[in-house]
Design a protein around this ligand. Structure first.
Ligand SMILES: *Cc1c(COP(=O)(O)O)cnc(C)c1O
Length: 395
């Protein structure tokens, strides 16, 4: 028997007693609703009429011809409402909160993408929304702070620690434990204590289910390789999950190598991390010699997390999925490449997957299929890429 909430040795519920009550209540609620026909029907309806699913399956003809290997398809999560896969998860969790009778939603956010998705759905459902955000991130992402406020959310700055994403998560956990009666904590990736890794993956697995059906219709077969970028790992788990039993399908996660995995400025958790316990889960984390969580760096704020979801740690350990590290420079080149070849400006996170695909596709045969998960659109990143390239866009 598989232990509940475990992926091999990874996962679990490593939380202080004060948080355990909230975790247990959530676990019970999720067990109750995860197979509830009414809950699932309502979620499908929201996927369709609010997120605008199914997202398109796009044949990247020019990229295929240019790379001269596998036939390349792109799953267009960038076309969802709010511009990324994050809406799938936020819809699921806020709907669950409604079923649980909670009136208040809290969330953490790094770059602001998950905060914006959560604030969006709270606006739609008339829920009170408070988003914790590191003070450092609030300064870097001022536009997303205003966007959340526009959507009716309250954004609370966090000054503790490095004043970034990991500190925002700590603060949200503290709030959740204190306000368990009224409050639901909507976490942004496949991480944290059980049931979050399973629940968030369940809300994202629609990506892989759709992709499989769409490729069956277009090509009559499974892809040979599926590539996705990995921060916490939710868009990757979303597209991987339905393909895990299909052993012929190679699964590849692209993590952020920042300025290089031999520098101390990267977020390459699988390449350089070690087993540890943090944010309520046993997984793999970037740590210093004393086991303290190390600072992370990536050009893409969405991949800038010092850990990885426990199911990825397991897929890596068992060899079911491979993980490659993509540098900032490679990601920026892929950002420019996809823009110029296909006329699609990808999120800089997703550009890590495109960069990995550019390396893998030429090693494959023309009768094989490579599928890229394009997790988000790149409008939010244009300014930063221009700055990276030294282009003056301030007039
Ligand atoms: C947040 C984000 C990611 C990283 O998160 P995962 O949980 O690893 O998917 C990737 N792409 C985009 C567009 C994002 O907004």
């Amino acid at each position: 028997m598989e232990k509940i909430g475990r992926f091999g040795d990874f996962g679990g519920q490593y939380v202080p007693e004060t948080v355990m009550n909230a975790v247990s209540e959530l676990q019970e609620a999720y067990e109750r609703y995860r197979n509830d026909p009414q809950f699932l029907a309502e979620l499908r309806e929201l996927y369709r009429n609010y997120a605008f699913r199914p997202s398109l399956m796009y044949y990247a003809r020019k990229m295929t011809e240019d790379l001269g290997g596998a036939k390349i398809y792109i799953k267009r999560e960038d076309l969802n409402h709010t511009g990324s896969h994050k809406i799938n998860n936020a819809l699921g969790q806020v709907l669950l909160a409604k079923y649980m009778g909670k009136k208040r939603i809290i969330a953490e956010t790094g770059a602001g993408q998950h905060g914006v998705a959560t604030a969006t759905i709270c606006a739609y459902f008339d829920m009170e929304c408070e988003v914790y955000m590191g003070r450092e991130d609030m300064e870097r992402q001022a536009l997303n702070v205003y966007r959340m406020e526009l959507l009716g959310a309250k954004v609370t700055g966090v000054d503790s620690g490095t004043a970034t994403l990991k500190d925002a998560i700590n603060e949200a956990m503290r709030d959740w434990a204190t306000n368990i009666e009224t409050t639901f904590y909507c976490i942004g990736s496949v991480m944290g204590p059980h049931p979050y890794p399973i629940m968030v993956r369940d809300f994202q697995k629609i990506i892989g289910e759709e992709a499989k059906a769409q490729l069956m219709e277009k090509e009559g077969k499974l892809p040979d390789c599926v590539v996705a970028c990995v921060g916490g790992g939710s868009n990757a788990m979303g597209i991987f999950y339905d393909f895990i039993p299909d052993k012929s399908v190679r699964l590849v996660g692209a993590e952020a190598a920042g300025r290089g995995i031999d520098t101390d400025q990267h977020a390459a958790t699988i390449s350089k991390g070690e087993k540890g316990i943090f944010h309520g889960m046993k997984s793999v984390f970037l740590q210093n010699e004393e086991g303290q969580i190390a600072p992370v760096f990536s050009i893409s704020a969405g991949l800038d997390y010092p850990g990885i979801g426990p199911e990825h740690a397991y897929l890596h350990e068992t060899g079911r999925a491979d993980y490659v590290a993509i540098t900032d420079e490679e990601a920026v080149q892929a950002f420019e490449y996809l823009s110029k070849t296909e006329g699609i400006i990808p999120a800089v996170e997703s550009a890590h997957a495109v960069a990995a695909a550019r390396k893998i596709a030429p090693t494959m045969r023309p009768d094989q299929i490579l599928l890229i998960n394009l997790s988000g659109r790149g409008d939010k990143d244009v300014q930063q890429i221009a700055r990276y390239r030294g282009v003056n866009i301030d007039g």
